[in-house]
Design a binder for this molecule. Structure first.
Ligand SMILES: Cc1cc2nc3c(=O)[nH]c(=O)nc-3n(C[C@H](O)[C@H](O)[C@H](O)COP(=O)(O)OP(=O)(O)OC[C@H]3O[C@@H](n4cnc5c(N)ncnc54)[C@H](O)[C@@H]3O)c2cc1C
Length: 407
């Protein structure tokens, strides 16, 4: 293949957390990358509180470190959760996890979407071999003999060895490639905002399973601020969104059994429809899907972006390895290694989240009893508890090398 004729080794479509991380990982390895994003570049220069907040695992921390973006996060952007408390509205069963019990300083981090995207963009703009284009939307792709051509809506054309779709759950690239996306509508929405509570959160992430869906409080840097994610039936969420602020604060505190006392203040309430989905294929010749363009899961365990970061790290390893060996990274035989590593893992997590959701929403007396018994059992069995923690934190499992820095 004649490299002179190519505009880049890889074109990445979508500069969110997953596409941005993938582009950084390739850029760090010296590959020539073009990253396109349809949105206007937004820098959170006013440092407004962002209600879209992620629980980031230790494995994701390693990937973001490897990408070079982690050290560009400001100290004030990173909150810690050292413990986790999970309990059921119906019954007395509960589980408490503590990172100190497995000799770790923290279970993970709470960081806003905007802070991570800002750090990634700062890193990307520093690399001469990465070119970023904002307000540019992918419109057309065509495989050629030794490359793939991507055309944007404004008629720009880019030829590369590989195009990577990181353009989210409504991926245009996935549709252009005719890859089917099996979607299951949960008939639930999630409401997200940042609230100020009467009592401090003391760096504990809390989740209460209510009849209609889970309510999570994620501790932020300010000891009295938490990011909440409340999943419930769409009409309930819409009512909560439209409610007058003091009524919302009252209903929220009550739903959370006043664990953190009264709710004193809250930011704008955002609503997200919830579904699980998985693309039939993550790859085809000269193309790969990563992040939400490949799969979405229920946010009850805060895993979506963490799974996407594992995709980004796994695909980056495959592409960098092929490049170093002088192999063409766009070839199906090369890309298969990525699909084998990630598709089954993501599917397993998707069904596990489904299982939890159904288990906690089932109101039959016997299931309620078994659920509370199960929570107490896990709580009283250190071996099981530690195994669950290590898995959830990304300290164990089938991980790409970039996620293993801490081991
Ligand atoms: C309520 C809620 C809470 C969540 N909490 C957590 C959590 O705690 N932890 C966690 O790990 N995950 C969480 N998730 C999941 C997480 O939000 C997603 O998995 C993650 O944001 C996916 O990132 P992405 O980069 O794949 O997609 P997106 O964030 O959707 O980014 C896609 C990018 O592609 C661009 N784009 C779109 N179309 C085009 C086009 N045609 N051309 C060019 N660019 C395009 C967009 O502008 C955007 O920048 C949560 C989700 C929800 C709904």
């Amino acid at each position: 293949m004649s490299l002179e004729k190519l505009d880049a080794d890889v074109v990445v479509v979508g500069g969110g957390i997953i596409g941005g991380t993938f582009a950084c990982l390739l850029g760090q390895a010296g590959l020539k990358v073009i990253l396109l994003d349809a949105s206007v570049r937004q820098v959170n220069s006013l440092k407004k509180v962002d209600a879209r907040v992620f629980a980031i695992t230790r494995a994701s921390e390693q990937i973001l470190k490897k990408s070079g973006a982690w050290r560009r996060l400001h100290e004030n952007d990173i909150a810690y959760f050292r413990k986790m408390h999970v309990w059921d509205e119906n019954g007395l069963g509960e589980v408490q996890f503590d990172s100190a019990s497995i000799c770790q300083s923290t279970m993970g981090y709470i960081i806003s979407h905007q802070a991570i995207v800002d750090a990634l963009q700062e890193k990307l703009l520093d690399m001469d071999n990465v070119r970023c284009l904002w307000s540019v939307s992918a419109a057309f792709i065509k495989e050629q003999a030794d490359a793939i051509l991507l055309e944007t809506e404004d008629g720009l054309q880019f030829r590369s060895k590989l195009v990577v779709a990181a353009d989210g759950s409504n991926s245009r690239l996935r549709s252009l490639a005719n890859i089917h996306y099996q979607k299951h509508d949960y008939k639930q929405s999630a409401l997200a905002c940042v609230v100020t509570s009467e009592f401090p959160h003391v760096e504990v992430a809390r989740q209460r399973f209510l009849k209609r869906g889970p309510l999570a409080f994620l501790p932020m840097k300010d000891p009295h601020q938490s990011a909440i994610v409340w999943s419930s039936a769409p009409d309930h969420i819409q009512r909560l969104k439209e409610m007058e602020q003091s009524a919302f604060h009252f209903e929220l505190a009550e739903a959370f059994a006043n664990e953190l006392g009264e709710i004193k203040n809250s930011t704008e309430r955002l609503v997200f429809p919830l579904s699980r989905a998985q693309a039939d294929h993550y790859i085809q010749s000269r193309m790969a899907l990563i992040g939400d363009s490949a799969h979405t899961v229920h946010p009850l365990a805060g895993l979506g972006a963490n799974l996407g970061l594992l995709d980004a790290a796994a695909l980056a390893e495959v592409v960098i390895d092929a490049n170093q060996r002088g192999r063409d990274p766009g070839r199906l035989q090369v890309l298969r290694r990525y699909e084998r590593q990630r598709k089954g893992e993501n599917q397993g997590m998707m069904y596990l989240m489904d299982g939890f959701k159904q288990l906690f929403e089932n109101q039959s007396q016997s299931v309620q009893w078994a659920r509370n018994f199960g929570l107490d059992m896990v709580d009283s069995l250190p071996v099981a508890k530690h195994a669950i923690m290590k898995r959830a934190m990304g300290l164990k499992g089938n991980l790409p090398d970039a996620a293993r820095g801490h081991l």
